[in-house]
Design a protein around this ligand. Structure first.
Ligand SMILES: [Fe+2]
Ligand SMILES: [Fe+2]
Length: 193
C-alpha cells in the first residue's frame, strides 16, 4: 500500500541508497515508516487512529531525541547553523503536537486534525532532511569531514536504549535534546526576530 506520503519513499533522495552511510540509512528507514503511518492515519477509523497516533508519538519522540542528541550537534560544525537550527525549530513544533496528542485518547473532536497537521509538518521536515541536510552530510562524509557510519552506530545504540526505557517504564527517561536557550536562539535565527 502506498498513499500520498509513502509513494515518496521510492523517489529521489528519499530512497535508501546502497552507499548511504549508516546514520543516513537508519534515519531514512524511520522516515519511511513515518510516511506510511501518516498515510494509514488518513483512512483509519477512530480506534485504529488512536493506536497509530500512539505509535507515531513514541517513534517520533525517539527519532527527534537521537537526532538532537547525536546527529545535529555533529553536523552543526560541518554544515553550519542555519540548516540545523531550522531542524530544531521544526522539532519543537512537532513535539508540541506530540505532547498534546499524548494527553488525548482519540475521542476528542480535534484529535484527527492534530494527527493530520502533525503529518503535514513532519513530512515537510523529513523531506527536507532527506533532500538537503542528509545530502550535504553525505558530501561531508565522502570528503572525510565526518564519519556517518560511526555516528550511525551511536544513533542505533541510543535508539535501542530509548526504546528499552519505554518498554520498561513507559517513558523515554532522561534525554539531552536541544536546550531551551538553544531552541530560542535557533528560533530567532530562523524567524529573523
Ligand atoms: Fe528531524
Ligand atoms: Fe529525521
Amino acid at each position: 500500500m502506498s498513499g500520498k506520503y509513502a509513494q515518496r519513499n521510492a523517489q529521489d533522495h528519499h530512497v535508501i541508497a546502497k552507499d548511504d552511510p549508516l546514520a543516513i540509512s537508519l534515519l531514512k528507514e524511520e522516515h519511511h515508516i513515518f510516511r506510511s503511518l501518516f498515510d494509514e492515519a488518513e483512512n483509519a477509523d477512530a480506534k485504529r487512529l488512536a493506536a497509530i497516533a500512539r505509535e507515531l508519538c513514541m517513534r517520533l519522540s525517539v527519532h527527534m531525541t537521537i537526532e538532537e542528541e547525536i546527529l545535529y550537534p555533529a553536523l552543526k560544525p560541518v554544515l553550519g547553523d542555519d540548516e540545523i537550527n531550522e531542524g530544531i525549530v521544526e522539532h519543537q513544533s512537532g513535539k508540541r503536537i506530540v505532547a498534546e496528542l499524548e494527553q488525548l485518547d482519540g475521542t476528542e473532536d480535534l484529535f484527527a486534525a492534530k494527527v493530520h497537521v502533525l503529518g503535514e509538518e513532519t513530512v515537510h521536515h523529513i523531506d527536507e532532511e532527506d533532500e538537503d541536510m542528509f545530502e550535504d552530510a553525505k558530501a561531508a562524509h565522502a570528503s572525510g569531514k565526518i564519519d556517518l557510519d560511526a555516528l550511525g552506530e551511536r544513533l542505533r545504540a541510543r535508539q535501542a536504549q530509548l526504546y528499552d526505557d519505554i518498554a520498561r517504564t513507559g517513558e523515554t527517561g532522561k534525554t539531552s535534546e536541544a536546550q531551551p536557550d538553544e531552541v530560542e536562539r535557533a528560533d530567532r535565527a530562523v524567524t529573523g526576530g
